[in-house]
Design a binder for this molecule. Structure first.
Ligand code: BGC
Length: 393
């Protein structure tokens, strides 16, 4: 990639060695543009995506490697609006559900491709207590709070900084969530860095600090369909989840507080199994989730970043492997997609045409004393990493 500095309205003298510029005219205004060079292993290209009704300019960044993978990220919601990866014939195609305009992303939708925070997943009745003080959140998933609230991190504008090092192209997004925004205490400074390498892996690193005790649980909400045929349900995808236990939920998808063994249940994905194999089984948990919409207790929690889950589509040969340092993963089989949201090129997204693998802490942790803590104190650094690795077999 070539970074150029230009004098707006002026003529610039570009020193290629130092990338310094001098403006001939007295106009000091500069803009930075990025251009991809054919020799670059990974590239980043920025373009204007749209403008919000409040007049905020939204940009789109395309990270691209030489192995046929490219990811588009918009600064609205930190949304992955497109992710293209090769199939077994080497054909690069779209594998995430998405829309083709900012207007559509700004309309109510089930978090397509978005960054989720300050607290991913549900908090029972939208209430939690820290140091004896009760906090009340908006009830946006009756009777609970879901995914950081109606104006959560999925609906804010992030600032973006691009960086390249070796075979890695990164986009570092920043957002400062104000004290009591969406009901959460503390000014929270959040960074989310997406990095694409030349090995068809997309890493997501989440960082946060606070000036008051708060709760944090950040995740990414892409809906995948590895077949690239979004009119087809994902029921034939084979899923693996490295988890001996599940976080069972009651009817409103709030954990019961127990962790149960997956053995001999439709939730045992320790060996690859098709999503559709048991999704219609008579099972209390499947009934509560209307399918899979649960958090699994990942194994090897003391190991830092390790294999968590995979999804394989035999037709295209695409394999997605998810690695994370988080204790849990929410596998959601797109049960609430209902044919009302437009696909990019006509038609609508119908039930179970996409699935999510959301790495995270367990739902409702702020109210569950036996779950790993999601409290962040001033002076502490929240830092977690998840990698989405693509290959074919
Ligand atoms: C939740 C689902 C919810 C979906 C979209 C998922 O993370 O687990 O219950 O319907 O997000 O809102």
């Amino acid at each position: 990639m070539n970074v150029l500095k230009r004098c707006i309205y002026g003529i610039s003298i570009v020193s290629l060695a130092s990338m310094n510029i001098q403006c001939k005219s007295d106009k000091k205004v500069e803009e930075t543009v990025t251009e991809a060079k054919a020799t670059d292993v990974v590239t980043i290209e920025k373009s204007a995506y749209g403008t919000t009704p409040k007049g905020e300019k939204i940009d789109s960044y395309k990270l691209k490697n030489q192995k046929g993978m490219e990811v588009d990220i918009i600064t609205y919601g930190g949304i992955i609006s497109s992710l293209k990866v090769p199939n077994k014939a080497g054909k690069s195609e779209e594998v995430v559900l998405g829309f083709n305009s900012l207007e559509q992303y700004m309309k109510p939708n089930p978090y397509f491709g978005a960054l989720i925070g300050r607290y991913g997943n549900r908090i029972a009745k939208g209430k939690f207590t820290l140091d004896g003080k009760e906090y009340a959140l908006a009830i946006n998933n009756d009777p609970n709070a879901l995914h950081g609230g109606p104006e959560g991190f999925h609906r804010v504008v992030w600032t973006a900084e691009e960086a390249k090092s070796g075979d890695n192209a990164s986009l570092k997004l920043k957002y400062v969530s104000k004290d009591m925004e969406e009901g959460y205490p503390g000014n929270l400074t959040v960074f989310v860095t997406y990095t694409l390498n030349n090995d068809n892996s997309l890493d997501v690193v989440y960082e946060a600090t606070t000036d008051k005790k708060t709760v944090v649980n950040l995740t990414q909400h892409s809906y995948f369909n590895l077949s690239s045929d979004f009119s087809k349900p994902i029921l034939d995808h084979e899923i693996t989840i490295d988890a001996d236990k599940l976080v069972p939920v009651a009817a409103t998808l709030i954990p019961t507080g127990k962790l149960t063994d997956v053995t001999n249940t439709p939730f045992d994905f320790r060996k690859a199994k098709k999503v559709g194999a048991q999704i219609e089984a008579k099972d209390e948990q499947l009934k509560n989730g209307l399918g899979y919409d649960h958090c699994w207790v990942l194994n090897n929690q003391d190991k830092g970043e390790r294999f968590a889950a995979s999804a394989y589509d035999a037709g295209s040969g695409r394999l997605l492997e998810v690695y994370t340092d988080q204790p849990g993963i929410q596998f959601y089989s797109g049960n609430f997609l209902d044919g009302t949201l437009p696909m990019r090129n006509g038609g609508t997204y119908t039930r179970r045409t996409g699935f999510c693998l959301e790495t995270q802490h367990y739902p409702d942790s702020p109210n569950q004393k036996d779950f790993p803590t999601t409290v962040l104190n001033p002076g502490e650094n929240y830092k977690t990493k998840t990698s989405f690795k693509f290959s074919v077999k």
